[in-house]
Design a binder for this molecule. Sequence first.
Ligand code: ATP
Ligand code: MG
Length: 456
Amino acid sequence: MVKLLLVEDNIGLREQMKWALNADYEILETESLQGCVDTLRKDKPVVICLDMGLENKPERGLEIIDAVLTEDRLAKIIVITSNMTADLGSRAVERGAFDYLQKPVDIEELKVILTRACRLSSLEKPPVEKAADGLPSDSDYLMIGQSEPMRKIFDHIRKLAPTDVNVLITGESGTGKELCARAIHYHSNRRNEIFVPINCGSIPASLMESELFGYVKGAFTGANTDKMGLIESAHKGTLFLDEIGDMPMALQVKLLRFLQDQKLQRVGETSFRSLNVRIIAATNKTNLSDKDNGAMRTDLYYRLSEFEITLPPLRDRKDDIPHIAANIIDNNRAKFNQPRLKLSKRADQMLLNYSWPGNVRELENKLNRASITCANQVIEAEDLQLSETSFTVLSYREARQMFDRNFLLNALKQAKGNISLAAKVTGLTRPTLYDMMKKNGITVQMEAKMDDKAAE
Ligand SMILES: Nc1ncnc2c1ncn2[C@@H]1O[C@H](COP(=O)(O)OP(=O)(O)OP(=O)(O)O)[C@@H](O)[C@H]1O
Ligand SMILES: [Mg+2]
């Protein structure tokens, strides 16, 4: 049931609304503005009915609208005004409220507005539905991707996660290898156990054996106590061996032995310990196996790569760029405690044309920086500071596709989502327009959203 928060200090009216609406909504209530903010944080209602006459502080009511929308930009606020606050209705809508209603409240009218608000809210993607655009991972971020190659990868992750096969993840720097490893862990039966990431490139070769395998007291000078190694600390969970190409050859033999029977010997120990660890390794090197002149023993390579996932560079999955960018901007709102930012059209275009040598990490860095430096809540192309030398030259096909998409979106926007009108102004037939929308990934849902907005 949709959560509806009633912010109203007139008990009689509140009870009346509650009685009329509690069959269809989960009702939350408060009689103060502070109560509204508190309930919002705690219970995250989808729709809020806000009395603007509360505490005789109409201006504060407007501030509450800002606070609510900062907390949840998709929240639907229905403002209730009285004679005293009649002029506030339209100001509230300007501020982002969904609609307004005058006292005395006509319950039937309120019901219609509520239904409309809920319908729109369900069309806009709530955070949980974001999973449809990507794959949850056990780190803070979703692994976003709608492009064909990423969908395939998500499918593989879902299938192989519950098995215990070793996985080797390859891909250029910043393509999301660690995020992918975390997603595998998150979708496996080990999700409630530990995920231990180890960067083989950052541990000095001389210390790596004792760090990974642990040691017993007296094993070498300075070994004053027994110490558990990182592999053992991942018992029952997942061990992520990042930059596996940097592991010294001598240790590779020892790791291979562990992979064969899940038995581990601490340095200086004579007996073996039985463990249960799932191994995921990653590298940004392309020729890893020594068969290809790489730095890894072929037998270890085969053992680690029972299943190999190759994450494509960001420039080869441009469809994902707008979604990842939107997600980063969304996350930054909370991180930098900022209002919602928008990308200008040109900035949007630049993101698509840039070749992203540093992949998603570079996209994150550029947007984080731009989120801080931009003015008027709009990220302009200049704020991104993209290096001139890293732009891709578009093929004719790509340029044409880009044109078609913008052309269609523009026409639909002008026609307020009305397909017949859009067809008329563009000189296309309705079937051709539909066909082009389909080819350009402009979905019926987007169109419905526009229709809905147009109907408001
Ligand atoms: N598909 C994605 N959706 C959302 N965020 C992503 C995605 N891929 C990567 N990221 C983000 O990009 C950053 C880099 O990802 P990650 O550290 O997993 O890359 P990597 O391939 O391990 O990089 P490196 O080779 O440099 O270690 C992280 O902040 C990660 O959350
Ligand atoms: Mg990494």
